[in-house]
Write a new protein. Structure first.
Length: 307
């Protein structure tokens, strides 16, 4: 069976590629390398350097993929606020272009990387899939629109799908430049002896899910979760202060964070229910936060870690 994976040169996509190859799928990657890197692509995957908004017919004709896993996106919340058109072109128009190709070439299933960002400020925790959606950024809005297009393509043309809404993903190969995830930034700064800057009091929480668990959820979605929207998370709240403590424990260090102004518009607490994923995808997260953090730090070289 062959999977066409968009965004496979990126952080999450490259782990999905590895997982699929391990599970004996043939993997074809489409990536424009706008944020991804060719060296992230695992051996064994075929690579096309192309933007998902381009003409995809020749690739679909040549490769005849059975499944499409769509990870490529404009992923930065702040870029979406300064460049909403670019965000919409990549995340909405790019997705429509891919959906069109899937229908024209009879793809069996479309699996989509969506986000907790479309829930906005939570009314309750843990946020389940029935929670109202009210995005606070154009990024969240473009992902919500992409979801709506996927559902209507399915209704009109019978394209089967699974939409996965990830919480905060962390792990190896996460970009530490620009607007990277807090875990990646903190690890890099901690191991190079730099200060850790916290916006606000540090008691704000996020639900961190390890990238290898996310990769397995995508592989599970090939088989299960037909026409469903499913949260992918650890269903645990970890505070920003907790990340500092866990890093200090692992590195046997005593880094004191520097507290700054709370960022306007930041959500105080976030946690996604993963009950539906456990039930429908026959998947559950295998990594606790400390285990995922240990594996991520260990991958960064000769660092002495506490057991
Ligand atoms: P990433 O930037 O590392 O990966 C995105 C990849 O897509 C990159 O390789 C990039 O070059 C490629 N790409 C971007 N636009 C493209 C285009 N128009 N055509 C072709 N390729 C293009 O980001 P990531 O964190 O790995 O995110 C993967 C997916 O997961 C995204 O859809 C993102 O919205 C979603 N997501 C990520 C998180 C997270 O915490 N990282 C959380 C929720 C959802």
């Amino acid at each position: 069976m062959k999977v066409l994976l968009t965004g496979g040169a990126g952080f999450i996509g490259s782990h999905i590629a590895e997982e699929l190859i391990k599970e004996d799928y043939e993997v074809v990657i489409l990536d424009s390398l706008v944020t991804g890197q060719e060296l992230n692509i695992p051996a064994g995957a075929r690579f096309y350097h192309i933007d998902i908004r381009g003409n995809l017919d020749p690739i679909f004709l040549a490769e005849k993929p059975d499944y499409v896993i769509h990870q490529a996106a404009q992923v930065s919340v702040s870029n979406s606020l300064t460049h909403p058109k670019l965000d919409g072109e990549s995340n909405i128009i790019g997705t429509i272009n891919l959906l069109n190709a899937c229908v024209r070439h009879q793809t069996k299933k479309f699996i989509f990387a969506s986000t907790a960002a479309l829930y906005g400020n939570p009314n309750y925790l843990s946020i389940d899939e029935e929670h109202p959606v009210l995005p606070k950024s154009f990024y969240g809005l473009s992902k919500l629109n992409a979801e709506s297009y996927i559902k209507l393509f399915s209704e009109l043309y019978g394209l089967s799908y699974t939409i996965l809404r990830y919480s905060n993903v962390y792990g190896m190969r996460q970009d530490t430049n620009g607007e990277a995830g807090v875990v990646a930034i903190f690890i890099k700064r901690a191991i190079t002896g730099q200060s850790l800057n916290i916006h606000g009091d540090g008691f704000q929480t996020r639900d961190f899910v390890f990238v290898k668990d996310v990769a397995k959820a995508n592989a599970a979605a090939i088989l299960y979760g037909e026409n469903e929207v499913i949260n992918i998370s650890n269903n645990t709240q970890t505070s920003i202060k907790d990340i500092v403590s866990e890093l200090n424990y692992l590195l046997d260090s005593e880094i004191m964070p520097i507290y700054g102004q709370e960022r306007k518009g930041d959500i105080r607490h976030s946690c996604l229910s993963n009950k539906k994923a456990i039930k429908l995808l026959k998947w559950e997260p295998r990594y606790s936060f400390i285990d995922g953090l240990r594996e991520t730090v260990a991958s960064m070289g000769q660092i002495q870690l506490k057991a």
